[in-house]
Design a protein around this ligand. Structure first.
Ligand code: C5P
Length: 307
């Protein structure tokens, strides 16, 4: 057993999010393109004395909004690893760099980080497939937080196929005041679509072609999120944020996942800096970050041996 392990896990943006009809189990079949971007949570796992239980400390921006009890997805990940030889007696210190309840899979990143950390800490040697299977029991976005890169997600989002992507994309991430509840946004989506036929979800061909070519302009035009009308219905201000991004010359912009964070695509790093400065000056948002993608999924960045 090691003395500590640090795992870094990325945020995601859904470049496309097509939502099918509500299923009997309450979930929706999706066709989505997940894209991991360079906003990260860092999780440090340290073993505790037998009987101590799982102790969670959350640090950084918005850390007071994250539960530190058994409802934290990272604590659930620790429990899920018991079947594979993990221990519940562990301390997890989570440094938040991903917006909380922002539609960027921050909680899922922490769960994926905890799975990788427990596997490394206790030298369990799970295969990628085994980790993926455990991840899928924890939440729809957790397998992608492990996978990273850019991937097509189907089923509820847990069935992943790596996408062919050329180049790096530069993003401006615009954070809103407060979070949105994912189940509530899906409910609002169902309500808005009530009475109209909902097609089977599909990712636009133009978007996959743009990624294969490394064509940021075409990608900007093809960005699409079926949850966007629902998020805007719950937060009308988001329509204004999106129009400001358009005015400032972003190649495209959309609400990330269930929102309320918005992601704007820039031509390059310099253009991203210009956009970020303009957004900061505009006063339409809580804060602004720059990020690039695709980046790797949850991975060990530091480990300490027992002295
Ligand atoms: O899987 P996860 O716990 O992240 O999902 C949170 C909520 O989002 C679900 O309870 C459900 O309301 C909604 N959801 C959905 N269809 C999906 C994924 C999530 O309806 N494919």
């Amino acid at each position: 057993m090691l003395a500590s392990v640090t795992v870094r896990a990325p945020a995601k943006v859904n470049l496309a999010l097509a939502v099918g009809p509500r299923r009997d189990d309450g979930y929706h079949d999706l066709a989505t393109v997940f894209h991991a971007v360079s906003l990260y949570d860092d999780l440090v796992a340290t073993p505790l004395a037998p009987g101590s239980g799982t102790q969670i400390v959350v640090e950084g921006d918005q850390s007071d909004e994250v539960p530190v009890d058994a409802s934290n997805l990272a604590a659930k990940a620790v429990q899920a690893m018991l079947d594979y030889g993990g221990s519940a007696d562990v301390s997890l210190t989570i440094g938040k760099g991903i917006p909380v309840a922002g539609g960027m899979a921050g909680g899922s990143a922490d769960a994926a980080a905890a799975l990788v950390a427990i596997d490394a800490l206790y030298e369990l040697g799970l295969t990628r497939e085994e980790l993926h299977a455990v991840a899928a029991t924890l939440g729809s976005d957790v397998p992608f937080s492990l996978h990273g890169g850019t991937a097509l997600g189907t089923g509820t989002g847990t069935e992943l196929t790596t996408a062919m992507v050329r180049g790096t994309y530069h993003w401006v991430i615009v954070l809103a005041e407060g979070g949105l509840s994912t189940p509530q946004v899906y409910r609002e989506c169902d309500r808005l679509r009530e009475g109209s036929p909902v097609p089977e979800p599909e990712v636009p061909d133009e978007l996959m072609a743009a990624l294969r070519r490394g064509d940021a302009h075409a990608l900007g035009r093809a960005l699409h999120n079926d949850l966007q009308p629902a998020a805007m219905s719950l937060r009308p201000h988001l329509a204004h944020v999106l129009s400001v991004g358009h005015e400032y010359g972003a190649l495209g912009g959309l609400i990330s996942g269930s929102g309320p964070t918005c992601a704007f695509l820039a031509r390059d790093d310099e253009h991203a800096l210009d956009l970020a400065v303009a957004f900061t000056a505009s006063g339409v948002c809580r804060s602004v970050r720059r990020a690039h993608g695709p980046v790797q999924g949850a991975r060990v960045v530091d480990q300490r041996d027992v002295a």
